[in-house]
Design a protein around this ligand. Structure first.
Ligand code: F6P
Length: 309
């Protein structure tokens, strides 16, 4: 945690003092502004299905559709963006009406949205690329960030100069909480996605190994809070493995894995499919998925031995 007196460092100032280029700074701030409206929708919005009406006959939007609209509109009006692609729409949309845009953004507007019904934490995830190509691959990200809508609203960003956490304060500003977050090399938390009955043998052995080692299970079913926990505690491993009948696991490279892998690697952790670094997996479609092991680097290395057997 940064000392109390540093908490008046807001996101904009932090980006500037970290030497992030002005346009990228502007884009990260635009995204941060958009998420303030998303949190409001999450806190108070109808939990209706898209296409249905409420008591007053007004159209209700599912929260994920509404979040997508809030973020897309903001990016479109920023004047900084060429192409966007949202997990919600699954297409690439050109929003650069005046040909001034510099970046393209892939985002998951409300990851884990089904958890809102039961009042668990959810989040938004963003990947920023320079230029018009949204399928450049994870290593080419200029920055990535996610926002956690939990008991508090927090924002984690990395623009290749460390990983930093901000919290939304009572004035509606994101102020610095933790700077230059670093992960340990091994950890005692594990966050295992996927049905146990569908585990492949190497993965099952790795889970047995973690349990024997005394690792604690921490899994909420929301990628954003689950990774956030590992990142901020500085220890642990999140996994969504290849499963029987699902060799590519569940999670999507573009919207979920690339940005999380970028942030965790910037914090000294690691992310792998079990064979290849997540950021090195080549992408050719928006829906591409991959198995994932992400967290402390020694734990991610260790799983590779189990999967080889
Ligand atoms: O991709 C959506 C998502 O809800 C992630 O946030 C989460 O990590 C995963 O799916 C949970 O999947 P499961 O319900 O299979 O554990």
């Amino acid at each position: 945690m940064v000392p109390i007196e540093s908490r008046d460092m807001d996101l904009r100032r932090h980006l500037r003092e970290s030497g992030i280029e002005p346009k990228l700074r502007g884009l990260i701030c635009e995204i941060a502004e958009a998420t303030k409206y998303v949190i409001n929708a999450v806190r108070t919005g109808d939990l209706g299905m898209a296409g249905t009406s409420n008591l007053y006959g007004e159209e209700q939007l599912a929260l994920d559709v509404l979040s997508d609209r809030i973020i897309s509109d903001r990016l479109e009006n920023s004047g900084l963006v060429i192409n966007i692609s949202s997990e919600e729409k699954d297409i690439i949309v050109n929003v650069d009406s005046d040909n001034n845009g510099l970046f393209s953004v892939a985002f998951d507007p409300l990851d884990g949205s089904s958890l809102v019904d039961v009042n668990l934490a959810v989040g938004s995830i963003f990947s920023i690329y320079k230029g018009e190509n949204i399928l450049q691959g994870g290593r080419k990200q200029a920055a990535a960030l996610f926002v956690v809508y939990g008991p508090r609203t927090t924002l984690i960003y990395s623009a290749k100069k460390g990983v930093h956490e901000f919290a939304l304060n009572h004035l509606g500003d994101f102020t610095l909480m933790r700077e230059k977050i670093q992960m340990k090399d091994t950890g005692k938390i594990y966050s295992p996605g996927g049905l146990r009955s569908k585990y492949l043998p190497g993965h099952k052995k790795f889970i047995d190994f973690l349990e024997k080692r005394g690792s604690k299970l921490r899994y909420s079913g929301g990628l954003v809070p689950d990774i956030n926990q590992i990142l901020l505690k500085g220890e642990g491993i999140f996994m969504y493995p290849a499963l029987q009948g699902a060799p590519h696991g569940k999670l999507r490279l573009l919207f979920e894995l690339y940005p999380m892998a970028f942030i965790v690697e910037q914090a000294g952790g690691s992310a792998s499919t079990g064979k290849t670094g997540i950021l090195d997996v080549k992408i050719d479609n928006l829906d591409q998925r991959a198995p994932v092991y992400i967290g402390c680097k020694n734990d991610v290395e260790k799983v590779k031995d189990f999967l080889k057997e």
